[in-house]
Ligand binder design. Structure first.
Ligand code: SF4
Ligand code: SF4
Length: 106
């Protein structure tokens, strides 16, 4: 049986690449940190997973919420904390996080 790795909220997957739904909901944020990604003091969470509208179940199903981490070898998993802009840029590419994103993350 395939091993399942739980999501620990390290943020790596979403910071590395905004998903289709994040881009569709926030076209103005192209090339920036996904506006739905939030640091809650302990871990990163996606606000879309906690909305109470009719689309929430669809988003959760499409993004496979609760089914584990597919980026289980990434180095951030072992140290969950709020990441600096430079750390974000190191996994997403410098061009991904421009000046606007730096201001938002600081
Ligand atoms: S990389 Fe894995 S552990 Fe980190 S936020 Fe994404 S799913 Fe969760
Ligand atoms: S919409 Fe949610 S799952 Fe998609 S990239 Fe943004 S924070 Fe991650």
């Amino acid at each position: 049986m395939e091993q399942s790795w739980p999501c620990v909220g390290c943020g790596y997957c979403c910071i590395r690449q905004t998903c289709t739904f994040g881009r569709q909901r926030h076209p103005q944020a192209t090339g920036q940190l996904c506006p739905e990604l939030t640091w809650n003091g302990k871990r990163y969470v996606c606000r879309m997973m906690t909305l109470s509208d009719s689309m929430t179940a669809f988003y959760r199903e499409q993004l496979q919420a609760g089914l584990g981490c597919r980026s289980y070898c990434n180095p951030w998993r072992s140290e969950v904390r709020k990441r600096t802009v430079d750390e974000m840029a190191s996994v997403a590419g410098e061009s991904y996080y421009g000046e606007k994103a730096k201001k938002k993350a600081s």
